[in-house]
Ligand binder design. Structure first.
Ligand code: GLP
Length: 274
């Protein structure tokens, strides 16, 4: 995994924007997977700013959001769909038909989950999946104990997730947070071509350490990303405090490959091969 440790959350947003913009504009990522939460808000602000400056174009981008609360109408101000409209979709030139969301009001959960998986496949799969991380290591809403091969499914939320999300979405009132959600599975996330994980703040430090340096375990579903060949993790200093291999991550940070190629070219010249 590529691990980029930034000074603060603003720097995380800027670094993430650079990567997303590059993938979208070179045509590599026209199908994006997107998360909600406080962590990606900075990235969404950057995407809106970049769009207004003409740096990024969403006209042929399709998006799939990771998850939605069960029982939540899209227009409900607490829904993830509403969050995305407010923070990103209404400010850029994405076509509304290209925005895919799980239906929290579906009468047939199995069918809705199958529909989502089929829609992803019909567009050729997710090229770049952006994810945040819960305090318990969840990606999407894949709480501890979720199968690491799971597909889109119904999940019962952990108490720590309910408490965390009450803060952001429900004015702190835990009683109002739905107990269930629909979420892409861990297997669904692993199927994407590339994953970008963002994490900020000390409350994520333990989960991040488990994800990067712990064993692969369904007790921290983000650890399954160790099995994915193309993951970039962008962290702020606070989220990186528990990492044991920080120095090594700095050594393999962007610029490392260019340095290696330069070194190799010099060695080849010296050996008379060029
Ligand atoms: C929710 C979402 C996740 C998100 C997590 C962390 O549980 N389902 O996708 O990563 O919250 O949110 P935050 O970024 O607010 O810490």
């Amino acid at each position: 995994m590529n691990v980029i440790i930034c000074k603060d959350k603003r720097a995380v947003a800027k670094e993430a924007y650079k990567l997303v913009r590059q993938r979208v504009m070179c045509g590599r990522a026209k199908v994006l997977g997107l998360p909600t939460g406080s962590t990606p808000q900075g990235l969404y602000q950057e995407l809106v700013r970049g769009f207004k400056k003409g740096e990024i174009d969403f006209s042929d981008v399709h998006t799939f959001n990771l998850d939605e609360y069960i029982g939540m109408a899209p227009q409900d101000p607490h829904s993830y769909r509403h969050f995305m409209d407010e923070h990103l979709f209404s400010h850029v030139n994405i076509k509304w038909d290209n925005v895919y969301f799980l239906d929290g009001l579906t009468a047939d959960i199995d069918r809705e989950c199958a529909r989502y998986e089929e829609a992803i496949v019909s567009l050729g799969g997710i090229k770049l999946q952006v994810v945040g991380i819960g305090r318990d290591g969840h990606i999407g809403f894949n709480e501890p104990g979720t199968s690491l091969t799971s597909r889109t499914h119904m999940i019962t939320l952990a108490q720590s997730t309910i408490a965390d999300n009450a803060r952001l979405f429900f004015g702190g009132d835990e009683e109002k947070v739905p107990r269930w959600a629909l979420s892409m599975g861990v297997g669904t996330v692993l199927d994407s071509d590339e994953v970008l994980m963002l994490a900020v703040g000390a409350s994520k430090a333990e989960a991040i350490q488990g994800m990067l340096e712990g064993p692969i375990t369904s007790m921290n579903t983000s650890s399954a990303l160790q099995l994915h060949p193309n993951v970039t993790v962008i962290l702020d200093e606070a989220a990186a405090t528990r990492l044991k291999y920080r120095d090594y991550y700095h050594r393999i940070a962007p610029g490392n490959e260019e340095a290696m190629l330069k070194y190799l070219a010099a060695a080849r010249r010296k050996a008379g091969l060029e």
